[in-house]
Write a protein that binds this ligand. Structure first.
Ligand SMILES: Cc1cc2nc3c(=O)[nH]c(=O)nc-3n(C[C@H](O)[C@H](O)[C@H](O)COP(=O)(O)O)c2cc1C
Length: 357
């Protein structure tokens, strides 16, 4: 049996594994509940959901599990659109809209959901755990979470960010190495300089903070979990590994691209959403990566490509979708989430036992 540690106690879980929140629909209530019922922590990626949709997703999760689960939000300021930058992005994307049979771009009515409203929904639902990325919450939000018994996990990509989360009262810090799939959580330093590998970041963060550290980025099996524990992590957050579970609702073309991926076929680009994120190299990336800096920042660019993404998915053209994936994608396996959690824990135990022998 894997030894219980401080993270398990803090989050009320049996195994120190967190299924990463993955905004955009992958983390269905079925996936979250299956992971939590298996003794790990399931997470709902709620960043793109309006407050009422967050409330209904939380109810759906609660109908499937009475175990702790996590709800994740992006910490966003109110967007400040620059009309010239938007006009340039619209011009660049117009040919692609034409190829997909979309009419010329109408500017979005809103660029993202209201963060304060999302926080209110999560607070009212009194969820067991809330996690944040892209920024840091203020002390008032931290105090409101604590008053409701909701544990806080903050995302950090540098030691300074991990310390900032500890100072604001986070119960655990998820340190995201550069291997990670999806968006970079960087909020203090330069995105490029904050691309620190999991192997280098985890021990430095674990030495710098006294709250439990979760390692994220490139961890796909029990060897990775064992290694992260040896490096000083109390647990691991895995995203890519859960994308090929049947409970994860992503485009079938994305699942098959993950299965056929090689370790050198991902790239970090801001071409999709205006914020650096790692995904599988595809036609969209090849076309726009070299001019990625002409696009406006998140969430504006994300809103501008929204219809393109929907149309590309409907037309079954994954070569135009953001196929977020970490550098460990080739190690993906097709297993139901509960079975994956079980295998991960058995492998981690074997890896740690082999080392102690
Ligand atoms: C498809 C996808 C979507 C993601 N969306 C989110 C998100 O909404 N919120 C968040 O905190 N992290 C998100 N992440 C990042 C994960 O939390 C985590 O850092 C990452 O998955 C770890 O690397 P791995 O994919 O190699 O396991 C996402 C990752 C992926 C692959």
């Amino acid at each position: 049996m894997f030894p219980a540690n401080v993270l398990n106690k803090t989050l009320g879980i049996n195994f120190p594994i967190v299924q990463a929140p993955m905004a955009g629909g992958a983390t269905t209530p079925e996936l979250v509940a299956a992971v939590s019922n298996a003794g790990a922590l399931g997470s709902l990626g709620a960043a793109l959901l309006a407050p009422d949709a967050i409330v209904s997703s939380i109810s759906a999760i609660r109908a499937l599990t009475d175990r702790p689960f996590n709800v994740n939000l992006f910490v966003l300021d109110v967007p400040q659109p620059d009309p010239d930058q938007i006009a340039r992005a619209v011009e660049i994307l117009q040919p692609l809209r034409g190829e997909l049979g979309l009419p010329p771009s109408q500017l979005p009515v809103k660029y993202c959901e209201d963060f304060a409203g999302q926080v209110e929904a999560v607070l009212e639902a009194r969820v067991p755990v809330v996690s944040f990325t892209f920024g840091i919450i203020d002390e008032a939000v931290a105090a409101a979470c604590k008053a409701r018994g909701t544990k806080i996990i903050g995302t950090a990509t540098t030691v300074a960010e991990a310390k900032a989360w500890e100072s604001v009262g986070a119960d655990a810090v998820c340190v995201q190495g550069s291997e990670a799939g999806g968006h970079r959580g960087t909020f203090l330093g330069d995105f490029n300089a904050s691309m620190i590998g999991t192997m280098a970041l985890v021990p430095q963060a674990a030495d710098a903070v006294s709250v439990p550290v979760l390692a994220a980025g490139g961890i796909m099996d029990g060897r990775g979990i064992g290694a992260a524990i040896v490096l000083g992590a109390s647990g691991c957050q895995l995203g890519t590994a859960f994308l090929t579970c049947p409970e994860a609702a992503i485009h079938p073309g994305w699942k098959s691209a993950l299965r056929g991926a090689r370790e050198d076929q991902t790239l970090v680009t801001r071409a999709f959403t205006g914020r650096p994120a790692r995904g599988l190299i595809n036609d969209y990336m090849r076309r726009f990566n070299s001019i990625q800096h002409e696009f406006p920042p998140y969430p504006i660019q994300m809103a501008l490509i929204w219809e393109i993404r929907q149309a590309a998915a409907q037309a079954n053209r994954p070569e135009l979708l953001s196929l977020w994936a970490g550098q460990g994608a080739p190690m993906s396996r097709d297993l139901p989430a509960a079975k994956l959690v079980d295998e991960l824990m058995q492998e981690a135990e074997r890896a740690l036992n082999a080392m102690s022998r």
